[in-house]
Write a protein that binds this ligand. Structure first.
Ligand code: SF4
Length: 362
């Protein structure tokens, strides 16, 4: 048996499904999986079907492409029209609709947009093309922000003048707090994102357990991880406990990755940022610090964000808040598909609509 098989062993998964039934309290329980990677596993392996009917898994706002604001896409499109600028971006992002267009459509019309697989690749491209300004679109959570921070530090120490980042990085805990405070969705437990937690450590969720009495368990991404995480959450709920526990110990250490945390806080500072379809959430974004402002595209090009408009028929915001599912969108599979995405949740492989489209309903 190889390492992966062990975490997909149906006998072990069924063992935990039985244990869940044993400890299951007699009440409805909503567990939010914050991360799109967890949503994939839940639908791909039919985890919901293994659970008693009173336990409901709901998707959260943890897809980085989905939560990137329409204003940001509009700004990136505007930049891509400047003669001396090349916009460098991850592939998924180019298909996300802005107010009137997408980066993909603008590229087809001749705009300067280059797909990169890492910020380091964008920096390398800048050093090879000194006559151009290369602007990297920095999106993602605590998972990707450190690599962007390292790239900015490299650009700073090597005095690269023609590289900058348009940052829309976000951090997860303020969004979780926002959902709890909004009262729009009843959350009895959080399945916490494993990749974010590998950087931060599980302690970032302690306020949720302490102040809101909501248990949190950091989970890995295999079926065995998810079912064990759900068992750990249901057990806490049954026993009236609210603690932060770590199911994903093989990857997530208590203190997280301190080197990654250091570079992040060296380069970025917290700022309010708009989450697509949700709201502007205080202290949930990462702005490039003044010391590195030469590498901040907003400062360098004196950019002003203008309020963009999403398609009013798209309910991505409700889906990202866990209030609705993709099946409740009247455009799902009719007008909106991965080939013709109307909203961001249909673009990324971690978007709830794209996952439902691929694997079917829960
Ligand atoms: S199915 Fe399409 S239009 Fe509907 S919420 Fe999802 S992305 Fe938006």
């Amino acid at each position: 048996m190889n390492y992966i098989d062990e975490f997909r062993d149906i006998k072990k998964v069924k063992y935990f499904a039985e244990r869940i039934k044993e400890v299951n309290p007699d009440k409805n329980i909503n567990l939010m999986e914050v991360c799109g990677g967890h949503t994939i596993t839940i639908l791909k392996y039919g985890i919901q079907e293994l659970l008693p009917g009173n336990i409901n898994l709901i998707s959260g706002p943890g897809c980085p492409v989905c939560v990137t604001a329409v204003d940001f896409i509009d700004m990136a499109i505007e930049l891509s029209h400047r003669r001396d600028v090349i916009v460098a971006t991850f592939g998924d992002l180019i298909r996300v609709p802005g107010t009137n267009s997408s980066l993909e459509l603008e590229r087809a019309k001749g705009a300067n947009i280059k797909i990169c697989y890492s910020p380091a690749e964008a920096l390398k491209y800048a050093t090879k093309n000194p006559e151009k300004e290369v602007v990297f679109l920095g999106i993602g959570f605590e998972t990707t922000a450190p690599s962007v921070a390292v790239t900015i530090l490299n650009a700073y120490s090597n005095k690269v003048r023609n590289f900058s980042v348009l940052s829309s990085h976000k951090v997860m805990p303020p969004a979780m707090k926002f959902l709890l405070d909004s009262g729009e969705v009843n959350i009895d437990g959080f399945i916490c994102p494993g990749h974010v937690s590998a950087i931060t450590g599980p302690r970032i969720y302690e306020f949720i357990a302490k102040d809101y009495g909501v248990p949190c368990v950091v989970s890995g991404f295999e079926p065995m991880d998810l079912i064990e995480t759900i068992y750990m959450l249901v057990l806490q709920i049954r026993e009236g406990r609210a603690k932060v526990e770590n199911q994903y110990k093989r990857t997530v250490r208590r203190e997280g990755n301190s080197k990654a945390q250091e570079v992040m806080s060296e380069v970025f500072e917290p700022v309010s940022v708009r989450w697509r379809g949700i709201a502007e959430i205080p202290e949930s974004g990462l702005k490039i610090r003044k010391k590195y402002s030469d590498f901040d595209a907003v400062e360098k090009f004196d950019l002003k964000f203008k309020r963009g408009m999403e398609n009013p028929s798209c309910i991505c915001g409700e889906i990202l808040k866990g209030v609705k599912t993709p099946l409740e969108c009247r455009l799902f599979k009719k007008v909106c598909s991965p080939e013709n995405p109307v909203g961001a949740c249909m673009v990324s492989s971690e978007g709830a609509c794209a996952i439902y489209y691929k694997y079917g309903a829960r």
